[in-house]
Ligand binder design. Sequence first.
Ligand SMILES: NC(=O)c1ccc[n+]([C@@H]2O[C@H](COP(=O)([O-])OP(=O)(O)OC[C@H]3O[C@@H](n4cnc5c(N)ncnc54)[C@H](OP(=O)(O)O)[C@@H]3O)[C@@H](O)[C@H]2O)c1
Length: 303
Amino acid sequence: MSSLHNTNPSLVLNNGVKMPALGLGVFLTPADQTAGAVSTAIQSGYRLIDTAAAYLNERAVGEGIRNSGVPREEIFITTKLWPGQYGYDEALRGFNGSLSRLGVDYVDLYLLHWPVPTDFGATVQAYKAIEKLRTGGRIRAIGVCNFLPRHLRSLQEETGLTPSVNQIELNPFYTQPETRAANAERGIVTQAWAPIGGTYLRNRKAVTNGAETPLKHPLITGLAGKYGKTPAQVVIRWHLDHGFSAIPKSVHKERIVENFDVFDFALTAEEISRIDALDTGVRAGGNPETFTANSYPTDVDAQ
Ligand SMILES: NC(=O)c1ccc[n+]([C@@H]2O[C@H](COP(=O)([O-])OP(=O)(O)OC[C@H]3O[C@@H](n4cnc5c(N)ncnc54)[C@H](OP(=O)(O)O)[C@@H]3O)[C@@H](O)[C@H]2O)c1
C-alpha cells in the first residue's frame, strides 16, 4: 500500500488555504440527526463539514462540532448563502445568521449556493459582500456552487475575482467535463455534490439501462469486487483520484465510516477513464441556467 493514499489529501485553494479533499455533507439530514452525524464523522476522521443556510441544520452542525471533542480550528466548515439573500446588504445579513446559528466566529469556506441568471446583478453584489467578509477575516475562502463556465466568466468580468471553489453536481453519471475544465483553467477547485449519485434519482433510469445510481452499475460493482471495497468507496476513490473534493452525505454511522475508508487503494488510469465514460449528460438536481430563489422555496430567515 502506498503512503500516498493513506490519508485524506489536502487541496490547496488559490488563496493558499488548505481544504481536506473528503468531507461530510448534510443536505436533507434532519436537524435532529445532524449533530450526531457530524460528531460521528469527526470522530471517524472527517475534518470537513458541508452545510448551508437552506439546509436548516446549521445550529445542529455547530452542536455536533462542539460535541466531537475536536477543536473548532481543526475542522473546515463550509456553509452557503441562499439566493433569497442575494444583494450586498442582504448577503452580509445572511452571513451573520449562519455564523450565529453555527456558533462560531469565522467559517472556512462560504459559497454562493446557486447563480441566479435572471438577476445576475444581485449574485454579483452578494459575491462582493462575501469578498469583503473574507478580507475582514470572518471567512477564510469564498466560492460558488453550480456555476456554469459562462457564470464564472461573468462573475470574473464584473468583480475581477476568481472563486476558490466551484461545488457542482458531479458523479460517474454526470461528469460535467466543460465546467470542470473551466474550473481547472482558473485554478478553481472542483468540489462534487451528489458524489455517489445523490439523494435525487429522477431522470436517470431511462438513460442508464436501469441502473438508477452509479452504486448499482456493473462497472462499479465489478471494481468493488476487485478491490474488496464497496461501490460507494470505489466512486469516492474516483473523485479523489481525479483531484476533486467530495462531500458524501449519510445519516448512518456505518456508512459515514465506510465513506471515509478509502485511503488504502487507488484506481488505475484506465479504470478512471472507464468510469468517466458512464457520463449520461443528464443532471438530477436543479438547473443552473434557470435557477431562482423560488426553485426550492426555503425560508432561511425563519429558522
Ligand atoms: N451546492 C449544492 O447545490 C448542493 C446540492 C446538493 C447537495 N450538496 C451537498 O453535497 C452533499 C452530498 O450530496 P447528496 O447528499 O445530494 O448526495 P450523495 O452524498 O451522493 O448521496 C447521499 C445518499 O446516498 C446514501 N448513502 C450514503 N453513503 C452510502 C453508502 N456508503 N452506500 C449506499 N448509500 C449511501 C445516503 O443515504 P443515508 O443518509 O440514508 O445513508 C443518501 O441517500 C450534500 O449533503 C450537501 O452537503 C450541495
